[in-house]
Ligand binder design. Structure first.
Ligand code: SF4
Length: 191
């Protein structure tokens, strides 16, 4: 069976998930992920859906999403060429961080999604997703741009694209972000 059909089955399984009581009440939609499972070589993991993502059912929309798209383009990738999801699938109230119980509830889905997609590399975007996926207390400033191997999966943690907005589109900050994406480009070109 192709990856896309297996991922579609997983999505169907979580389509009406009721595991996290608070999130179920707060969400409009479940934001499972976007991308072509059959062709993607990169999986991107963010923290959780925000207000726009919850409505549009797509991770990383809005200005952060535009920055992400432009950084991907700089290493020769399009949004359609990667698969994007989050540590949890449902929007937390007031955009708070997911709590431990919610992360645990959604972890089986995330691990299965990564396993089915079988990417060459996983990018974790932002402090929260990076620390969670690498199971570390180190901050993103210390760990970004370095490839880590976790249970056979290559993970490159990166700053959240929104840092560029907070920096007033500072060219040096953009270069710092792009340098991390170049690490991914190097992994993809490494045979
Ligand atoms: S966050 Fe995950 S586990 Fe929790 S309700 Fe949503 S889909 Fe289910």
């Amino acid at each position: 069976m192709e990856k896309s059909r297996r991922v579609a089955r997983l999505k169907e399984k979580y389509n009406k998930c009721l595991e996290c009581e608070v999130l179920v009440k707060n969400r409009t939609n479940i934001v499972f992920g976007v991308g072509d499972p059959d062709t993607c070589k990169v999986v991107i993991i963010g923290e959780a859906p925000g207000m726009n993502e919850d409505i549009k059912m797509e991770p990383f929309v809005g200005r952060s999403g535009q920055i992400l798209d432009s950084l991907l383009a700089d290493i020769g990738l399009k949004r359609e060429g990667v698969y994007i999801t989050n540590t949890i699938l449902c929007r937390p109230p007031n955009n708070r961080n997911p709590n431990r119980g919610e992360l645990n509830n959604c972890r089986k889905r995330l691990d299965m999604q990564i396993k089915l997609l079988d990417p060459r590399v996983v990018i974790t975007l932002g402090n929260f997703a990076s620390r969670y996926m690498l199971d570390t207390n180190d901050g993103i400033t210390e760990i970004h741009g370095k490839a880590h191997e976790v249970n056979g999966v290559k993970i490159v943690p990166m700053f959240h694209p929104a840092v560029l907005l907070y920096s007033g589109n500072n060219p040096e900050k953009r270069k710092e972000l792009l340098d991390d994406f170049m690490v991914v480009k190097g992994i993809l070109s490494d045979r």
